[in-house]
Design a protein around this ligand. Structure first.
Ligand SMILES: NC(=O)c1ccc[n+]([C@@H]2O[C@H](COP(=O)([O-])OP(=O)(O)OC[C@H]3O[C@@H](n4cnc5c(N)ncnc54)[C@H](OP(=O)(O)O)[C@@H]3O)[C@@H](O)[C@H]2O)c1
Length: 318
């Protein structure tokens, strides 16, 4: 049984705890907050026995085998490094860190410490994306894809009121590319590999981050646009177009309704049961890796390629 402690007391950590509770082989032993009162109240509310009021005490506890990092992006690197140094396995929220170089360094440290480190990129472990991956070869030679994830953030109202919530704060690693664009980029890399060329444009907002944008991934023969926004909402589906058929994907981050339309107009549908936006797949993969059932190298390399692509998109948009 893997005894994991969480970091962060927001909604995403609660989603993680829910997924871990539904997954065998792992139990949430404790939560961690920067404030012990908040940690205790959160632990009681979500039904977790332990509570820590600082990172160092949690990492010093030999009863903790692994750590889930659900803090703002800019603090991931130091928290992950400290957890690895303490000999803990780590599952870190997306985007894992702010650069590919940081990630490569953490991966090397994790290897040396013989612990597992992967990014909590739920899309990569979602049964819906596995179904997409299965259908892609039936589309013929791939030529175009459009991936979309645009959802106005509940915290954008605070930005309009003059505040700077973490997720829109450049100092906290915020911005729509890192927060939502990362899903489309990660999915593109999983399905098509790392692009040969990256172009990009962004919509800057008052806080200094991009509120929305688009990255164009050129695969020499296949062009993929990845659109994202945290300041507007779109219900536009994502699409993968091959010379023989097009696949329409209802919800990129967790596909549940896939429609394949061939060049003669024949339509076949695939429905994937289950709720959207759940973390069960990533938790199951983490348990498999920590239990020694597979190597994390593929997962780690996909994160590295995604971080390299984010850096290229940022440079192209400048
Ligand atoms: N996979 C998904 O579907 C999904 C969804 C949403 C977010 N995320 C990811 O989850 C992470 C957290 O996002 P969020 O929007 O929940 O962040 P957040 O609300 O800004 O912060 C999360 C938690 O981190 C702690 N925290 C806040 N500011 C901090 C600081 N300056 N230094 C250290 N700890 C701090 C807080 O816990 P305490 O005050 O109790 O210490 C807070 O509850 C991000 O990496 C984000 O990309 C993933």
């Amino acid at each position: 049984m893997i005894r994991i402690a969480t970091i962060g007391t927001s909604v995403i950590t609660e989603s993680f705890i829910g997924a871990a509770t539904r997954t065998s082989g792992i139990e949430v032993a404790a939560v961690t907050s920067r404030d012990i009162g908040r940690a205790r109240a959160y632990a009681d509310r979500v039904g977790v026995p332990g509570a820590f009021g600082d990172l160092a005490s949690m990492l010093a506890d030999p009863a903790i085998d692994a750590v889930y990092v659900g803090s703002p992006n800019s603090v991931h690197r130091d928290q992950v490094a400290a957890a690895i140094d303490a000999g803990k396995h780590v599952l870190v929220e997306k985007p894992a860190v702010s650069s590919a170089a940081e990630w490569d360094d953490l991966v090397a440290r994790a290897r040396a410490a013989e612990v597992v480190l992967i990014e909590a990129m739920r899309t990569a472990y979602d049964p819906g994306l596995a179904a997409v991956q299965e259908l892609v070869p039936s589309l013929g030679t791939l030529r175009r894809a459009s991936f979309h994830y645009s959802k106005r953030s509940s915290r954008y109202g605070a930005v309009l009121a003059g505040e700077v919530p973490n997720i829109f704060d450049p100092a906290m690693g915020g911005g729509a590319l890192a927060d939502l664009g990362v899903y489309g980029l990660h999915a593109a890399i999983l399905l098509f590999g790392e692009p040969a060329r990256v172009e990009a444009a962004v919509t800057p907002i008052r806080t200094g981050v991009e509120g929305a944008g688009i990255a164009l991934l050129d695969y020499a023969g296949l062009v993929v646009d990845v659109a994202y926004s945290k300041i507007t909402t779109s219900t536009r589906p994502s699409k993968i177009q091959g010379e023989d058929a097009t696949l329409v994907i209802d919800h990129l981050a967790s596909p549940r309704h896939l429609t394949r339309v061939d060049t003669d107009g024949n339509v076949t549908e695939r429905v994937i049961d289950g709720p959207v936006d759940v973390l069960d797949g990533e938790v199951a993969r983490f348990v498999e890796l920590v239990s020694g059932g597979a190597s994390p190298e593929v997962d780690q390399e996909r994160t590295a390629a995604t971080l390299r692509t984010i850096e290229r998109a940022r440079a192209a948009a400048r």
